[in-house]
Design a protein around this ligand. Structure first.
Ligand code: FAD
Length: 297
């Protein structure tokens, strides 16, 4: 079945976009800000918080980065009044061209976040950008404290980064990490990465920071949830995060029922095709859910 699924996903990536669209639909809010606002409202009504991301990365010119900067600035106005903040990727704002270009763009977007009393999270990309991203995060934190970053548990450096960054202003999403990294700097073994993830979350919670626990790994969520309950960690120190559309059974509802915060990462934009193909490659079973729903209709 796995082989058939993988072949089908590969096949999908060569088809016209209109054929792929129904398979992409569960993962992205749509192309426009209007689509996204609708999705965010629906999620909010179900009790979920959201973080919104404009799809794309690695812009190749300063002009492109300014366009994305302005789109993010406008987005803060469009999500006013919703339970929504923003996540963004440094290379989408010019990091690959020049870190100071990305820094300026991020500081401008942060100014808008501050004006709207909202929050901004800087996603973490692959390891060539880790140090620069941390530097920019610290710079942003000097301007406004409702800013967060991301650390990846597969990187061997992460435990030390958490120690270095610990403070009552430290707001960090912990995720396993999605990029291909060299063995000298990253763990490959899935069990080790899960253990590191657990340790990273504990390290932030036994320190002074706030942690966003970003995983779809239900047994890992259960383990962390038990530890949080046993250690009476206050509800305002953490939240759970998932990517919009990844099937989680009734786990998210259970978390909400227990009073925990759960945030959906909601991507949208013109670059939906590549993102959705990547998601389908990650979890080809999604295709069968979509086909099942089509036939039910
Ligand atoms: C809110 C959020 C923000 C993230 N931000 C970043 C970031 O800034 N930098 C970064 O490097 N990584 C980021 N990631 C990705 C993360 O690093 C992992 O690669 C990804 O979440 C898969 O790991 P997992 O912990 O869910 O566990 P896994 O063991 O990989 O997955 C558990 C289960 O969920 C399914 N699943 C997991 N991910 C997906 C998916 N995308 N689509 C479909 N099914 C899936 C798997 O098939 C499996 O059944 C983010 C993840 C989330 C949830």
């Amino acid at each position: 079945m796995n082989l058939i699924n993988s072949i089908l996903v590969k096949f999908l990536s060569y088809l016209p976009k209109w054929i792929v669209k129904p398979f992409a639909a569960p993962y992205v809010a749509g192309v426009s800000v209007d689509d996204t606002v609708k999705t965010v409202k629906a999620l909010n009504e179900k009790g979920f918080l959201t973080t919104v991301d404009i799809l794309g990365e690695h812009v190749q010119s300063p002009e492109e980065s300014f366009k994305i900067r302005d789109e993010y600035i406008n987005l803060y106005d469009r999500i006013k009044g919703l339970d929504a903040n923003i996540s963004l990727k440094p290379t989408h704002l010019g990091m690959e061209i020049d870190p100071s270009l990305a820094e300026n763009n991020l500081l401008n977007i942060l100014k808008k976040a501050k004006e709207n009393n909202n929050f901004m999270r800087i996603d973490m990309e692959n390891s060539p950008y880790t140090d620069a991203t941390i530097r920019i995060y610290k710079k942003c934190l000097g301007e406004y404290d409702k800013v967060g970053m991301v650390l990846q548990s597969y990187l061997k450096r992460t435990a030390q980064d958490i120690i270095n960054l610990d403070s009552d202003k430290f707001n960090c999403r912990i995720c396993k990490g999605i990029y291909r990294e060299e063995e000298e700097i990253a763990y490959y073994d899935k069990e080790i990465i899960r253990e590191q993830f657990f340790n990273d979350v504990k390290a932030i919670l036994t320190g002074k920071g706030y942690v966003a626990i970003a995983t779809h790994d239900i047994s890992l969520i259960n383990k962390i949830e038990n530890w949080i309950v046993e250690n009476k960690i206050p509800l305002d120190r953490f939240e759970f995060q998932v990517l919009y559309g990844v099937p989680m059974g009734n786990k998210l509802q259970q978390l909400l029922d227990k009073g925990f915060k759960v945030r959906n990462y909601v991507p949208f934009g013109e670059a939906w095709f590549d993102y959705s193909i990547r998601r389908l490659k990650e979890n080809p079973n999604i295709m069968w859910y979509v086909l099942g729903n089509m036939f039910k209709k």
